[in-house]
Design a protein around this ligand. Structure first.
Ligand SMILES: [Zn+2]
Length: 154
């Protein structure tokens, strides 16, 4: 999903770099979030990270021309491969917000890795806790989070 498309179609309440906020209630500083991403994950990517609710995510995906998903209410974030965007649904708590972003960015990194990408397909046959993509994402989420604590960003 391209930045231009988002700005033209979604009129975000606020945005900075590739972070987009659709929710009026969103209360965190995007500059701080971007800094945590840059210093802890160090990922070089243009993938949009969109803060919204699951219905809004489905609406925009459908507007974008992709098929909608069933997103259970407990899901706090989603790396939507077909759309090329990360959606963050739970952001009441700052640490949870950062943790979820780290987790979903790790899924994006997995997808960029030619040797790892196949696990997205093979994982579909496995229960959630056995999925290679999830085990790896939780491992890296923890590493990135420890860095954030070390740098006193949390
Ligand atoms: Zn995951």
């Amino acid at each position: 999903m391209e930045k231009e498309w988002i700005l033209n179609h979604l009129s975000p309440k606020e945005y900075k770099h590739n972070l987009f906020v659709l929710d009026e209630e969103f209360q965190w500083n995007l500059e701080h979030i971007q800094y945590a991403i840059d210093t802890c994950v160090g990922v070089d990517s243009n993938i949009p990270i969109i803060f919204c609710d699951p219905c809004q995510a489905n609406d925009m995906v459908s507007l974008y021309g992709e098929e909608e998903n069933i997103i259970p209410f407990y899901v706090s974030g989603l790396y939507w491969r077909e759309v090329g965007a990360i959606f963050i649904f739970h952001y009441e708590d700052y640490t949870t917000t950062i943790r979820t972003i780290f987790h979903e960015l790790r899924h994006m990194q997995q997808d960029q890795d030619d040797n790892f990408r196949l696990h997205f397909h093979t994982d579909k046959a496995l229960p959630y806790e056995k999925r290679i993509t999830e085990i790896d994402a939780y491992k890296w989420e923890k590493i990135y989070l420890e860095k954030a604590y070390e740098l006193q960003l949390l």
